[in-house]
Design a binder for this molecule. Structure first.
Ligand code: B3K
Ligand code: ZN
Length: 912
């Protein structure tokens, strides 16, 4: 039965407690790829707090065979694809239900519910996939105890896994059961159905026994396909580190005898935190130095950590309803970010991680918050919940938790977490409950003082602006800073109330020293002193005037240090002031930020100059960047105090996505051309410095994926790219030649991939041969092939070459649109990662996008809806792009059989 025709908007305000509870669930699966039989025995009872209602069970694409109530066959009714039981016994006694259904896992291309991948069974139930396995109250506030029996052919499916503890296993007896076996699992914790999982197949496991601080023994297992076992060491190490970290930092220990991770090559997203049985995309499990880059290693650590941390923040305390998704996601992203920072070690490595996270926030979340899909961290409505697993829920949600931590301090936050678990362990709760616990544990904090106002971060969408203006009075020795906040209108939210905004700041003297801060006390403004030279002021009003006393000279203000709030800072600063911050700020984040602001400024100036000149615009000049900026980049590169990883970020120009966000209307080809010209200039004028940096960093010895050596490899790779870019202009082939040699000699994937990428991205004639050789070397490794596809789909567009190249890639025998990783590596890499190739004046890129959204929607609506987001910002495109993008969107909208997922994205894009 299909869900089509059932599309309706769900509103947060309509939340009602369930009319029935499900106390226990006993599931028996007869696993067969073509037709799996599911027997679901549930004990249910009426919720005494809610007026009596029929039991309305969700279902999706199920074949129903029979329903029994307290042992007798029962009548039932269908409501669309849902099952309604109207005549259940009155009263408060528990009722025993038995529901027998079948489903077709091998036909399940949506990868939601029970599906097969390379001959094994996997499940994905969040958000609403459990209803594709059996009829159920598919909502997170219904928490039950699960017993699961899996039965299958033993040769084909030797491993049978589900949540919790294995209590029984053996061969099945009797006629029809030849060659079949079973396993019975009991989960000792009650859980919502979205955390249910099963896995069955031919898998092998890396195992590790550990002892917790409390002295308990646990078995950790990482399951993969035979042959991949040697690539699981890093995932296992990451899991052990995560367990140790959660105990040390938050006093949270593993609550299960056994914790399992299973990898599959077919997965809609990164990974899933099913209780005790996490299911992962292979991309975030498998790593060897020959096949995975430093970024892959870091991502594995972060995703393994994220899913493990969900064991408490998500699984022990879960969401009351899906509007509260950020309760678990924002908090768990905050926890994984902190984990990665603690693992990275040095202050500089922490800053690098912070910069990486802020880059994602500003290049993906800020555009989301300014576009048609803008929604609050706690949304008010949705058509399809899967569309709300967004950077706003995750990354902005994490920033909202980070601000709470800033406002109560690190220790105060740990106390708040403790109270949160004391109050809510085993419950399904709301974002309000979380913030209340953090505030109640810290009654004297600015968070407690301003809690209702602080919670506007959950309810108001859009990215706030903070405008800053400073005046120095030499005579009075005061520096007066006025900070004014505002927030643009977003869909459904024309006006906004002021937010609580923590602004961490300092003042720099001429010689680069940080000045001691004396903030004149004021009723309206709380402030927190972290050190003599670094304070956080807490904005609550539309405008605040902050007076610093005893300021001996006109200072350069360093505001929003460490990106203390997810806002846009608007401040007029001279180039010199920014160069000064870039050279001296004690806050590493703001050093990087000063360079970004300068780079952005020069890009916007060049773009403005070109659009004024119109069609007569001369070819871009080589010197878009002033000599002082180029020199500052040279100083960064050559600075003996700075880590390579920081240098790599500081000498990277703002991305096209970030520049684009500052413009309205935007001509994407101008943005592309200007950024390319700026990069060409940095490549050429700093050629000797890049060569020096390459020599300094190119040899990192035996491969270890630690932050310091990874930083060196990143900078060496960046230097190679710039040297190849310089060669493109000069014609000198020495560096491309060296790069090809580096590609051949590389002892690890990071160096090999960076060399290959330098050749491809710089458009070197040597790229083709290297691309061929890479395919030869790695044609049997799916994850490396994804890199191979992605690199080519993102390759520079030379006279319209990118789109035909993408079409050719899709004809390759190893392209498979049904595999989400492969679809992403080609189609998404082109539509989202190759702006110069995608935004074609003839609109062919957009037409291709429309065709792919439609094709994918028939296979996998979740993946299709992600792709549908590529044109979110189409209304601010300049002509002829806008018209062409509008036509492509209309083409998708005209399809009668769209999924809710794609329909919602497209409808919003058209309405905005
Ligand atoms: N909770 C899952 C995401 C589920 C997405 C459903 N469409 C992974 C995570 O955030 O850890
Ligand atoms: Zn998560």
């Amino acid at each position: 039965m299909m869900r089509e025709g059932q599309a309706h908007t769900v509103y947060r305000a309509d939340y009602q407690a369930p009319a029935w509870w499900i106390d226990t669930v006993d599931l028996t699966f007869d696993l067969d790829p073509a037709k799996t039989r599911v027997l679901n025995k549930m004990r249910v009872r009426r919720n005494p707090d809610v007026p009596a209602q029929p039991l309305h069970l969700n279902g999706d694409e199920l074949n129903l065979a029979r329903v029994m109530v307290n042992g007798a066959a029962s009548s039932f009714k269908m409501d669309g694809s849902d099952l309604v039981l109207e005549n259940l016994p009155e009263g408060s006694d528990p009722v025993d239900l038995e529901i027998f259904t079948t489903c077709m896992p091998e036909k399940n291309t949506k990868l939601m519910g029970l599906y097969t991948s390379s001959g094994s069974f996997f499940t994905q139930c969040e958000a609403e996939g459990f209803r594709r396995i059996t009829y159920f109250l598919d909502r997170p506030d219904v928490m039950a105890m699960y017993t699961v029996t899996l039965r299958a052919n033993k040769a084909q499916f030797p491993v049978l896994l589900s949540n919790g503890n294995l209590v029984e296993q053996g061969d099945l007896q009797g006629p029809g059961n030849e060659g079949r076996h079973f396993a019975k699992w009991v989960d000792p914790h009650k859980k919502p159905c979205y955390l249910f999982a099963l896995v069955a197949g031919n898998l092998v496991a890396r195992e590790q026994k550990i002892k917790s601080r409390a002295g308990n023994e646990h078995l950790l297992q990482v399951f993969v396909r035979p042959g991949d076992l040697e690539k699981t060491e890093h995932a296992m190490n990451s899991l052990m580190a995560s367990i140790a970290w959660d105990e040390a930092r938050f006093g949270l220990s593993l609550d299960l005898d056994r914790f399992m991770i299973v990898a599959t090559g077919d997965f809609n997203m990164g990974a899933m935190e099913n209780k005790g049985l996490n299911i992962f995309n292979t991309k975030y499990v498998l790593a060897s130095q020959a096949t995975a880059t430093d970024a892959d290693y870091a991502n594995i650590e972060s995703v393994v950590g994220h899913e493990y941390f969900h064991n408490w923040t998500g699984d022990r305390v879960t969401c009351r309803d899906w509007f509260q998704l950020s309760l678990k996601e924002g908090l768990t992203v905050f926890r994984d970010q902190e984990f990665s920072m603690d693992m990275a070690g040095s202050a500089s490595a922490r800053a690098v991680k912070r910069i990486d996270d802020v880059r994602v926030l500003r290049t993906v979340q800020f555009p989301e918050d300014a576009g048609p899909m803008a929604h609050p961290v706690r949304p008010d409505s949705y058509l399809e919940i899967n569309n709300f697993y967004t950077v706003t829920i995750y990354e902005k949600g994490s920033e909202v938790v980070r601000m709470q931590s800033t406002l109560v301090g690190r220790e105060g936050f740990a106390k708040g977490m403790k109270l949160y678990f004391e109050r809510h362990d085993g419950q399904a709760v709301t974002c309000d409950d979380f913030a209340q616990a953090i505030a109640d544990a810290n009654p004297d904090s600015p968070l407690a003082q301003h809690l209702p106002q602080f919670k506007r971060w959950y309810s108001q969408s859009g990215t706030p602006r903070v405008a800053a203006q400073g005046v120095y009075d030499a005579e009075a020795q005061t520096y007066t800073l006025t900070l004014t906040q505002s927030c643009p209108a977003t869909p459904g939210q024309p006006g906004k109330e002021p937010f609580v905004i923590p602004v961490t700041l300092g003042l720099l003297a001429d010689d680069g020293r940080s000045l001691p801060l004396t903030i004149r006390p004021s009723q309206a403004l709380s402030s927190i002193a972290h050190s003599a030279t670094n304070h956080t002021v807490v904005l609550t009003e539309a405008s605040h005037t902050i007076v610093f006393d005893g300021v001996e000279q006109a200072p350069a203000p360093s505001l929003l240090r460490n990106f203390s709030a997810p806002v846009v800072l608007q401040i007029e600063e001279s180039d010199d002031a920014l160069l000064h911050l870039l050279a001296h700020d004690e806050d590493a984040f703001n050093r990087w930020e000063a360079g970004q602001r300068l780079g952005l400024r020069f890009a916007l100036q060049a773009i403005a100059a070109r659009s004024t000149a119109g069609a007569d615009a001369p070819a871009l000049q080589a010197n878009l960047l002033p000599a002082s900026f180029v020199q500052a980049m040279r100083d960064v590169l050559r600075d003996p105090q700075l880590d390579a990883a920081f240098k790599d970020l500081a000498v990277t120009l703002p991305s096209e996505a970030y520049i684009t966000e500052q413009l309205d209307p935007v001509d994407p080809q101008t943005v592309h051309a200007v950024r390319e010209a700026m990069r060409q200039q940095l490549a050429t004028e700093l050629a000797a410095d890049w060569a020096w940096a390459y020599d300094e960093c190119s040899n990192t010895g035996a491969y270890v994926p630690d932050a310091v050596s990874a930083g060196k490899r990143a900078l060496a790779g960046h230097a190679l790219l710039m040297l190849c870019v310089a060669a493109r202009a000069s014609g000198d082939q020495v560096w491309p030649g060296k790069t090809l040699q580096r590609y051949k000699d590389a002892g690890n994937m990071t160096d090999r991939y960076n060399a290959l990428s330098a050749l491809v991205v710089s458009g070197s004639p040597l790229a083709d041969a290297a691309i061929q050789s890479f395919h030869q070397l790695f044609k049997n490794d799916e994850l490396v092939l994804d890199k191979w596809f992605a690199l080519q789909a993102g390759a520079p567009d030379i006279n319209g070459s990118a789109l035909p190249a993408v079409r050719a890639l899709m004809k390759q025998p190893d392209f498979n649109i049904k595999n989400p990783n492969r679809a992403r590596s080609v189609i998404f890499s082109y539509c989202n990662g190759n702006p110069g190739g995608f935004h074609r004046a003839d609109g062919a890129g957009y037409a291709f996008w429309a065709d792919q959204v439609i094709a994918l929607d028939a296979i996998n609506p979740q993946v299709a809806a992600r792709l549908a987001r590529s044109l979110d910002r189409w209304k601010k495109l300049a002509e002829p792009y806008r018209q062409a993008a509008g036509d492509a969107i209309a083409k998708v909208a005209a399809k009668p059989k769209l999924s809710n997922d794609v329909r919602e994205v497209i409808t919003r894009a058209m309405a905005d």
